[in-house]
Design a protein around this ligand. Sequence first.
Ligand code: CDP
Length: 233
Amino acid sequence: MELNKISEGKTKIVYNYDQGHVLLRFKDDITAGDGQKKDILEGKGVINAQTSAILFRLLEKSGIETHYVGMMDERTMIVKKLKMIPVEVVLRNIATGSIVKRLPIKEGEVFEPPIVEFFLKDDRLHDPLINYSHMEYFKLLNRKEAQYIEELMLKVNEVLYNFIKNKGFILYDFKLEFGRLGDKLIIGDEITLDSMRVRDEKGRIYDKDLYRKGADLNTVKNAYEYFLSKIMS
Ligand code: CDP
């Protein structure tokens, strides 16, 4: 089948499929620091496509609508075509990453209730933190929509946190992206170890932080594979 590429990002390619659907093909690329650091991790595309598919199916089963429809092949998802909103929405259960650099918060502080943050997708500006007013000004989301997304993030967290906990891991934080389909706001993009932080009870890291911190590529791949094998069973 001749595929018509719509766009290509750092780790995924979007192809046209039919009127209401596109294909999302996960590449083997791994990047950090807004693309400053990059490598090829053979097999990562398959692992991330499978991880995403499992977690999207889990959300769907829990009554949360996502763009996920099915798999085209082992590294390609069939998804609903959305008008994507260039905002990254992060939910944090435990403090790590950018929040401990930005605010007087210590590594490991537990957020009860969890904290939700919005970031503008802009590599040049390193994805700045934005608020309701900024999102209204840029016509990204109105206040009501932003509040709806915050509530949805909490529901997604309940499902993901408990599922991941049952597999022996702790979900520190995760990022989702949303898109519009008619007047609905739907979860798009991916849910993988590139977009969430997962550690075990001993604090061992299984996500992209390994790569960010300079672990060798094999260690990163083993962690991604191990996590996938656990959530598959
Ligand atoms: O990852 P970094 O420290 O730059 O930013 P963060 O705000 O602490 O990231 C919070 C969560 O969002 C982590 O799970 C990241 O993996 C994820 N994230 C992402 O998926 N894409 C980005 N561009 C930035 C963060």
